[in-house]
Design a protein around this ligand. Structure first.
Ligand SMILES: N[C@@H](CCC(=O)N[C@@H](CS)C(=O)NCC(=O)O)C(=O)O
Length: 210
């Protein structure tokens, strides 16, 4: 089988956005391979599967190249058979759920900036880094306060939702990268403990690619 017959996820095993795509591939039982991006400070789009944004994940399939975790997850879903019932972000049509998804993704993006700035040597004490940390703490407090009600509002007949996958990847990554102590977020931790029982979650544990 050529690589294009079999989807390729391009990313890093330590990246929370990449884990979204890896987790969907596992949930959907889509046979795929994984290509690790060696240097996240590279400025060559070719190192990111051609993504001009210089970001991961990217999914390569026989149909083309898909930039970003949501595009990758949807395409993996389209390739799956049978197709499980997935609740995608556009179905979250009440403020509680829509805001939960927005803040989960924003917290992930904010964490990326904090980690990348640190990796690039800018330090953690710049005015912008301090503001980002404050914003991240605010978002985490909001997510903790609203998680129970939001998760209970998701359609019960679903197999999976993008919201749950992203929330799991966010909280577990904060701990993995030691960005924030996560112990105070009891509701979010309870959710993660439950979600971690899925083979797709335990099979995609964060680790640093060598
Ligand atoms: N909108 C993108 C964001 C992806 C993203 O920010 N990925 C991080 C890794 S977790 C990245 O590529 N960081 C490199 C950088 O910030 O330069 C998605 O949803 O997939």
């Amino acid at each position: 089988m050529s690589t294009l017959d079999k989807p390729v996820i391009i990313g890093r095993s330590s990246s929370h956005f990449t884990r979204i795509a890896r987790l969907f591939a596992a949930e959907l039982h889509v046979d795929h391979s994984f290509q690790a991006v060696r240097d996240l400070l590279s400025k060559d789009p070719a190192d990111y599967g051609g993504n001009p944004a210089l970001r991961i994940p990217v999914l390569k399939t026989s149909r083309g190249v898909w930039f970003g975790a949501l595009n990758a997850s949807r395409e993996l879903w389209r390739q799956s058979n049978p197709r499980p019932r997935v609740v995608w972000p556009e179905a979250l049509d009440v403020p509680l759920l829509a805001n939960m998804q927005e803040l989960t993704l924003q917290a992930m993006a904010t964490e990326v900036t904090l980690v990348m700035e640190k990796m690039a040597g800018a330090g953690e004490g710049t005015p912008h880094a301090l503001k980002l940390r404050e914003s991240l703490l605010n978002m985490m407090a909001w997510l903790e306060e609203n998680a129970s009600a939001a998760l209970a509002t998701l359609p019960p007949e679903r197999d999976l939702s993008y919201l749950e996958v992203t929330l799991f990847c966010l909280v577990t990554h904060l701990e993995f990268r030691d960005v924030l102590p996560t112990a105070p977020y009891q509701t979010l931790n309870r959710f993660c403990q439950q979600f971690a029982k899925r083979p797709s979650a335990s099979g995609t544990d964060f680790r640093f690619d060598t």
